[in-house]
Design a protein. Sequence first.
Lengths: 267, 267, 333
Amino acid sequence: MKIKKYLTLTRAGIIESLHFRLGTLVMTAGNLLYLIVVYFLWKSIFASSETDVVNGMTFNDTIIYLVLATALFGFMEMYTVWEMGRNIQSGKIVLDLLKPMEYRRYLFWSYSGSFVTNFFFTVLPTFIVVGIVTRGAIPLGTNLLFFAVSVILGVMINYSIDFIVGTICLYTESIWGINIMKQVIVLLLSGATVPIAFFPEPLKTVVYYLPFQSIYNAPLTLLLDGDPQPETVLGIIGTQLIWCIVMTAVGKLFWKISLRQITVNGG
Amino acid sequence: MKKKGLGFYLKIYCKILAQDLKSKMSYRADFIISTIGMIFTNIAGFASFWILFRNFSSINGWGYYEILFLYGFSLVSLTPVQCFFDNNWSLRTYVYSGDFIKYCFRPINLFFYFQSEVFDIKGLGQLAFGIGTLIYSWVKLGLGFTPLMLLKMIVFLITASLVMIALQNAAAATCFWIHNSFYVLDLVTRFKDYAKYPVTIFSPVFRFIFTFVMPIAFIAYYPSLVILRPDEVPLLSWLSPLFGCLFFWLSYKFWMRGAVKYSGTGS
Amino acid sequence: MSSIISIKNVTKEFKVLNRREGLKGSIKDLFSRDYRIVRAVDNISMDIEQGEIIGYLGPNGAGKSTTIKMMTGVLEPTSGEILVDNNVPYRNRTKNAQNIGVVFGQRSQLWWALPLIESFNILKDIYQIGDAEYNNMLEMYRSLADIEPLLHKPVRQMSLGQRTLSDILAAFLHDPKIVFLDEPTIGLDVSMKAKIRGLIHALNKEKNTTVILTTHDMGDVDALCRRIVIIDSGKMLYDNDIEHLKGFFGSYRTLKIRVDGDLSKQSEAVRRELSGLPVSCNDEWISILVDEEKATVMDVLNQLRNAFTIRDMQLEEISTEEVIKKIYEEGVK
């Protein structure tokens, strides 16, 4: 079966990431600490405010949003740009290109094992903790299904963006600079640091027209909406789908063109 | 053999630095992209700040300009770690590949030799940004100016830098024991972003943790109090230079211990 | 004369983690780990005189680099005693470092982005080399190799051969008493190998520097070393002159003959005729391994001439490479 060769990569990835026992522990503990900081920060922010609801968000809404966004961030972060940049600089990329599958896919599936471990070590515990602590603030219903679909689309959009940025490394040695720019833009404009609801007006509109909010904001909106209207769901997932297709296409095309240029110039 | 004192090390460092800068100039593109990346990071940090304060007028009794002061303070105090200790980021790779052994054969301090190899020039952009922010908030707060204040400022900025350097050293040195140390380093880097908030927003337990265990409160909060709120300076602020040196010394010992342990492995 | 390096009954043990296999094993590893002790170096003793070039040989993982790490002061022996220039290397790592130079074939220790001359300049300060000594050394380098084109080239732009050459020059720069060379010719082409060997030889002659050379290339050994030390699985197998080593197996020579008729049938006949000597054959030759202590090649040849018509013959000496291979495989008898 065709999928089997991909799943082999997934399995190898799981084994590899489990081997790093302390790393996993540190990662989990680190995320917890980070969330605690976020909690206290916003608690005191809301405590300093005169009203309980700011821009339509209560403290609970904000914190759930940010906690889940952080968990999703940890889940989706694939360090693709670093990986590509390093492989390009070391020349290992040539070996990867010789593999009997498309590089884009190879890279994705090599990493996919970490999705599984990340899911069990960060995402699931976070959801359970948030669910218990907030006593059911996460509605459980069809929204979970929409959320799952939306997360998958989010992962694909995120990967496509990473892949495009990673391709830039074929042209420059400045991996650090390229990666930090990407990271900063994605984190801010996707609403992972400050929820998009708090953005001032013109900026908010602009952000909704960019692909970044489809990564974290879209799935979280679907999850936290207990009773989503079909139009809302369709609108959000539709937007994600469009971005997914557009970004994937752009990524593929850009990679193809860049690679041709590199092979012609003899890298 | 002559004694190898501070002068000896300073001379070598300056020599390496001068040569390094000379050769960096031949990679202009990398320099420009990295600097832009750095500026992006700072602008994004500033933007999330600005967005927050559009919704809330103060955090825990700290006004916009006061928080901005903390922010500028943290940026400046983070510059030395960025400029002089950036090789910590590569430590993991050297240890992994076994190349770290090459640092063990010189008749000079191992830690110094390793760190001296890289000077990261892009930290200077951050320095400029931080100083700008500091001056701006200083003026807006109407703090006034005396030479004594400047002296205090410099002493406490150095203190704060030492703390951050200590944190990074310790985080980087974990790679001698665990494989996925990247997460540790990444975590500490994420945490330093929270150094710019007053530690009073946390509950006593975490106030203790962020003061003594992961001492990010010393990066901006405690030292800034001396300038910002001269009437209510806690003892910890005055002790912070002592703590800065202590943390640095501890991290150095930890790092060296790791290095010794590393060479003890077979590879 | 007291020796520059003296190693007495040195043993080094490591704790190694047993990893379990497969997905299940990885999960188990998360919760419990078990270690085993590996003896990387096992009761080794040797003395090395100033000015010697020693070939330090052994298959991969034999314990060579562990021994070298102990001599350079990076590792502390589990038991036993090492003295390098009357210093305990582990206790005085920096002092010891002043006395030694180290080159790893694949890992440059020079500043990647800097031109060679700038690296030299920094090394001059690090090792506190006086101006006169430094200039003399550079002068000598100029006389030994064509270094001008290298001096102003950043290390990262050099070819592997140029980089190795530069690394060797850098290792000798502070006129150390001992230089450790770890596979200096690995990955180089034939002419570059010859150049590197020539340089090492000249530097050793000029400065009477002790050189400890680990390599898998017997060409290096033949060209440079008079004495070789062989270890395997941490144990010392051999420590003596290279001549003596050949003597060990040198009484053996291979006689190859070609005779009329079907070779495999004839080789059977030869075997019967010589009863006792190992005989083998391929498409062209019948090979006979002759132990000259028992019967000379001439005797064997005469004996054969009576029974067969010999069309052609060859005589082969055993090479260092084969000797080493034999030692790795069988040990010293």
